[in-house]
Design a protein around this ligand. Sequence first.
Ligand SMILES: Cc1cc2nc3c(=O)[nH]c(=O)nc-3n(C[C@H](O)[C@H](O)[C@H](O)COP(=O)(O)OP(=O)(O)OC[C@H]3O[C@@H](n4cnc5c(N)ncnc54)[C@H](O)[C@@H]3O)c2cc1C
Length: 397
Amino acid sequence: MPGSLRIAIIGGGIGGLTAALALRARGLDVAVFEQAEVLREIGAGVSIYANAARLLKRVRLDDQLEKIGSPISGVTLRTSLGEPITTPSGPATPAFSKGSQGYNVHRADFLNVLFNALPKGTVTLGHRCIQLNQDGGGVRLSFANGAAAEADVVIGADGIHSVVQREIGLQSRPTSEGMMAYRGLIPAERLAWASDLKDPTLWLGSGRSFLLYPVARGRLINMVAFVPTDTDSEESWSAPGELKALAAEYVGWDKPVQDTINALDETFRWGIYDRASLPYWSNGRIALMGDAAHPMVPHVGQGAGQAIEDGFTLAVLLEGCTTGNVADRLTLYETLRLERTRKVQALARAAGKLYRSEHQNPSERAERMREWMAQGKWVFEHDAERAATDALSSLGH
Ligand SMILES: Cc1cc2nc3c(=O)[nH]c(=O)nc-3n(C[C@H](O)[C@H](O)[C@H](O)COP(=O)(O)OP(=O)(O)OC[C@H]3O[C@@H](n4cnc5c(N)ncnc54)[C@H](O)[C@@H]3O)c2cc1C
């Protein structure tokens, strides 16, 4: 695309790839640089709620999402012994009303869909960015393999240990939430009741919880088991966990919880860490997105969703942009997205506190869940593209 702005994205995760798709859909010239030599994913699910799914549908990924995703119509909450607290059709889940469809997907399936939707050559693998130098003429990117590239705009989609964050003078420090999660995937045929599990089900016990949801159109069941920890667990997505230790955490819980743990071949440990919101996300021609900009605890399933919103916002704001006004547009992006993601970060923190609270009384818990779900409706109803378009037109563009 001669003459158009050259945009480089550092990081080919969910955030970087969706940003590339959204930017290309508006005719922009994008190159993604990913450090991994091959695209690989751990066996785990990820939620794409309505706020993100509606954006993906606009770049024609609806058929693909239908093919790989398990639709979410609500959440079922149960006590540790299996007594229902809410059901998907109950009043506690207003966010999932008709027309606001989300999906649970296997991370590897989803990344493949995103990668294959981009033209060949858009993503360059094996390129770990180590340094950025910007001047009036653009940004020079240096990679660990000795390669270099030039761009007019650089988007840092390089996750929680972001190099781009450091390059624009920021540093974010992780604080343990005092929780860790065991994760795993189980073939559905191993669980007699799996075909009845259509929506996410969350069992809430004293100080801990247990989440199951189907992915891969119900072929696999995704487990995330949140337990307290007083040691600083590794902040890893893929550290191996012990099945015996996991089982010991859920002695006496509802039968599906026990069945699931018994059916696992392996489990991963995931230390849950929180980080304070960053004071800014952009500097000149460089901006952050996704986990590099707003890492959050996972309790409202919005890590991927907020990254997807960032990408679509950037696409609206960078369309028709020139090298002369790119820094202003990135400042507008920061203004639009910082406030919203700060609110989502705060909601996720509050949800985490509720999930691990010591409340055993189901009706009291149901009431508190109803309160936060009613509060959380704004998360799922937001249209990031429209918000960006409105912001531009309010400035006369
Ligand atoms: C394996 C895994 C499991 C997850 N599970 C959950 C979950 O269960 N629930 C939840 O809420 N969130 C989860 N998350 C987080 C969630 O996926 C993210 O919040 C969301 O996808 C946004 O991610 P991102 O693209 O900003 O960053 P990431 O998904 O972390 O992607 C960053 C990408 O940048 C690449 N990269 C990093 N540094 C460099 C560099 N210097 N140069 C080039 N490339 C670089 C990385 O290899 C990676 O591909 C998980 C993330 C991962 C990676």
